[in-house]
Design a protein around this ligand. Structure first.
Ligand code: MTE
Ligand code: MO
Length: 186
């Protein structure tokens, strides 16, 4: 790991800490779905089977938690956010994305940040299915933002016109959350 890969105020760890609020949800592939809703011409509801059949990508990326740990060179595999957005015809007013996860966890992103080339919905890490505590069966990965934007156990996206704060963004965490700018809190 090169030193210039470490954003200000962060330290590198070779462990993979587990961090979230609430319990780890159970997963049943027969009831799991992924919804695309809000400002779209037609809402979409994907089954697990359909989601897993989407074209896959691999992304190598670092992860930075606001509590100051960073992990390097994570190898993610999943479906790019660009691939997912293709499944819905967006209304022209759609400019932000509210990401929805189990138990009501949410996080918000501008559409162009959500659609960055290194963003994906990941189901595997270093060649193995995600562990339940790391978001199995599916998590969002947004490498250029603090990791609370990388929602675990994600179940859908809502397209919105006006930005709206998500779970942590309502509770004191910075709306933009760029680790290189140290945008940690309000
Ligand atoms: N659904 C959900 N996703 C979440 C969280 C959470 O509380 N709930 N915590 C976030 C935070 S603060 C971090 S640092 C990362 C941690 O991911 P990890 O446990 O796989 O390291 O998950 C993020 N995704
Ligand atoms: Mo975090």
């Amino acid at each position: 790991m090169a030193k210039d890969c470490l954003p200000p105020g962060q330290y590198a760890t070779s462990k993979w800490p587990v961090l979230h609020v609430g319990p780890i949800p159970s997963f049943d592939p027969n009831v799991w779905d992924f919804k695309i809703f809000g400002l779209v011409e037609e809402p979409a509801q994907l089954t697990y089977e359909v989601f897993m059949a989407l074209p896959r990508v691999k992304v190598k990326a670092d992860m930075h938690c606001v509590t100051t740990w960073s992990t390097f060179d994570n190898e993610w595999e999943g479906v790019s956010t660009r691939e997912v957005i293709k499944l819905a015809k967006l209304k022209p007013e759609a400019r932000f994305v509210m990401v929805h996860a189990e138990y009501g966890y949410t996080t918000n992103l501008p559409l162009e940040v959500f659609l960055d080339v290194d963003c994906l919905f990941a189901y595997a890490h270093r060649g193995k299915p995600l562990a339940p505590e790391h978001g199995y069966p599916l998590r969002l990965v947004v490498p250029k933002r603090y990791a609370w934007k990388s929602a675990k156990w994600v179940r859908g996206i809502e397209l919105i016109a006006q930005d709206r704060p998500g779970f942590w963004e309502l509770r004191g965490y910075n709306n933009n959350a760029d680790p290189w700018q140290e945008e940690r809190y309000w």
